[in-house]
Design a protein around this ligand. Sequence first.
Ligand code: CP
Ligand code: NVA
Length: 305
Amino acid sequence: MQHFLDLAGWRSEEIRELLDLARFLRLEFKSGGNKPVLRGQTLAMIFQKPSLRTKVSFETGMNQLGGAALMLGPDEIGLGKRESIGDVARSLSRFVQGIMARVFAHEVVLELAQYASCPIINGLTDSQHPCQALADVLTIQDHLGRVEGRRVVFIGDGNNVAFSLAQAVAHTGGHFAIATPPGYELSEDNIESIAQIASANGSSFEAYQDPVKAVRDADVIYTDTWISMGQEADSARRLQDLAAYQVNTNLLKYANRNAIVMHCLPAHRGQELTDEVMDGSHSVIFDQAENRLHAQKAILVKLLA
Ligand code: CP
Ligand code: NVA
């Protein structure tokens, strides 16, 4: 039984297969509908944090594949409070065929996987967002033809989205660069994981402080919120520390002429990126949101069908 917890747990070849499957399912869906390959199956969706895209794309994705999804919000099951994580996993496994979880500590999805007898999908933890990253490389392929050899530059906080994106770009042969202020870098462990994946695929990783230096020759400019869910108490300091890392038309001038701009959403217009960039001709942000659906359907079919 396979889980989808960390892109380091998947071989690059399997990631490429997932991307092919996502494209197939997208075409099938747009040509009249998907075959109900998950008929009779239910996905439980555990949310300790809010969501728009993850909730809606997993639920509609399950429906389109003939299955169903069950929403379990933060107040419903009291994961680890009302009941231990292991007991939640063991009980849920008797009712459903898969569990998607959005939680704070990454260890929670690892513990769910330890005790569940069905696949666990990581729908975002404090340190990773692998479903997002799979949709992101699919979007880069859609717009630039391939990830291989492309320069993908992340600007801002070295957060969960940045780490999973770097792993996904490493799996698909791209060159990843990140520009962060001091104190917001990816961790040494993260960099080691990225480097390990990159070495097998001719990919590279670079870290900068200066966003202008990082963005030179960029094919993709990617940003995310400066205040991730759970960091609200630290907002004032983060806004100040990251103020010079805004993706705006001035920064875009240093990238390749046809560079695309990406953001996992939700965006904070006027903070990490301007309206002008978000609504401008380089932005592929809502294609990226749509690709959550197609990428996750591939994960669901691979793990549950
Ligand atoms: N990008 C993303 O995961 O969006 P939600 O937080 O709305 O699910
Ligand atoms: N880094 C953000 C991503 C939201 C989808 C967060 O963790 O809140």
